[in-house]
Design a protein around this ligand. Sequence first.
Ligand code: BTN
Length: 259
Amino acid sequence: MLNSIDPKTLASNLSTKLIGQRIISYSKITSTMDGARTEARKNAPEGTVIIAKEQTAGRGRKQRTWISPAGSLTLSIVLYPDLHLLPALVMLTPLAALRSITAVARIKPQIKWPNDLLIREKKVCGVLIENQMRGNTVNYTIVGIGINVNINLADFPEISSIATSISDEIGKEVSMTKLAQQLFVEFERIYTAARQGILPYEEWRDNMLILGRKVTISSEDDIYSGIAESVAPDGSLSLRLSDGSLINIVAGDASLVIN
Ligand code: BTN
């Protein structure tokens, strides 16, 4: 069964110690982010995964809707990171997804700053990170990952110009269970290393699609256009504006400008 996940199979033969040691599976839920928040409030063990076949109110960044039909991998991970690790999650999470897609599907996506994955400039994976803070302490963090795995995008004309799926790109379906297991392994590897102070900044930078390209960045306060010049280890983006000045953007959303 390539196109569905059996929670028992998913949990069996899992080589991780943290991620996915507890898996809560729903056939239908509003959003796995909601399920994960409920678990985190009950002090679920770190690495608990909430996975769903169907989300009725899947969400993306900036209050966007996330469409997740059958054939999407939709899951959220409960974490309790130190405050200093929060910015790093923006690079760790897409890289874990990139590594797992590359390993299982033998196709390498690129990263669109800060944490989208694209294949042939169309979105194949989105990441949503929600933090619950008390003062300067992180109560919990929920990392949500949505991957278009075995979806025929022609069936979804509303997003087919901007989104793609692994199966559309490689011409065959891949095992959702294998991909999820690989994602748990890669996320655990990258998160454990980060907790020991090892950040995969160069890998994140070297797989970045937008560098040297004309982009529009919508940040919280404004919209900027320019050439994406570099990304920094703190996750920020340097943008060269048309007047020659260089600005540093900490958080935002990038769109490639097609000339
Ligand atoms: C984005 O690109 O804006 C982020 C999309 C994140 C989607 C995932 S799917 C699993 C988890 N549940 C959600 O409702 N959203 C995230």
